[in-house]
Design a protein around this ligand. Structure first.
Ligand code: G3P
Length: 217
């Protein structure tokens, strides 16, 4: 399973990259706003910086919601760097734009997916990634991970090449469950990735090894 980091914060992206397990980055307008970047030129420069750091897929989301606007914005975003994947919302004009991008060699990530039906449409349109939002389903007492399992199953049945990107991940447990369920990618906040490290028996065991090592001098 690939690990993407779900942030537009350059320090976090660099930290995850240096940690050595980073396969890509996802952003969205909320994460861009949180990073404090403003204005089209600065936003585009920011995407370029992210691409230069990770040298791997970076999802950049369109703001337009009409077909012509999505296509115009997506083409501009894709021109920033070869690693840009255009993130398009699961709406009628979005699906149509994903098909257009697919036919024109631009890779897409279909976002805001909350049902298997939506995931089928994304795959039919040729999205490179589909992003079901686990945490936001859990928030309204639906089991987000069940949706991942359902999409993985359907995609396997029909050999769809769209990768299942488990998004809105909130914890290390979500990452483990996404892996168990067969998601191709988990996009996670940095603290969820680092949370995978933690186990008290590791800390206790290391302390004992280091104490015993002193007897070896
Ligand atoms: O990848 C989508 C993600 O950023 C949404 O996460 O925590 O805002 O639901 P969250």
């Amino acid at each position: 399973m690939k690990f993407f980091i779900d942030t537009a914060n350059l320090d976090e992206i660099k930290e995850a990259k240096e940690f050595g397990v980073l396969d890509g980055v996802t952003t969205n307008p909320s994460l861009m706003a949180k990073s404090g970047v403003k204005g089209k030129d600065n936003i585009f420069k920011h995407y370029k910086e992210i691409c230069d750091i990770v040298q791997a897929d970076v999802s950049a989301e369109v703001i337009a919601t009409d077909f012509d606007g999505i296509v115009r914005e997506g083409e501009e975003l894709a021109a920033i760097d070869e690693h840009i994947v255009v993130k398009v919302p699961m709406i009628r004009d979005g699906v149509k734009a994903i098909k257009y991008f697919t036919d024109n060699g631009i890779r897409t990530n279909c976002t805001l997916v909350f049902s298997a039906g939506q995931a089928i449409l994304a795959a039919k349109a040729g999205a490179a990634y589909v992003s079901p939002f686990i945490g936001r389903l859990d928030d309204i007492s639906f089991e987000g991970m069940d949706l991942i399992a359902q999409i993985v199953d359907i995609y396997q049945t029909f050999d769809f090449t769209t990768e299942v990107l488990a998004a809105s991940i909130r914890s290390p447990l979500h990452i483990v469950q996404a892996a168990e369920t067969g998601a191709d990618v988990a996009t996670c906040p940095l603290n969820a990735i680092l949370g995978l490290l933690k186990h008290p028996l590791t800390d206790i065991g290391l302390e004992k090894f280091l104490n015993d090592a002193k007897k070896l001098d």
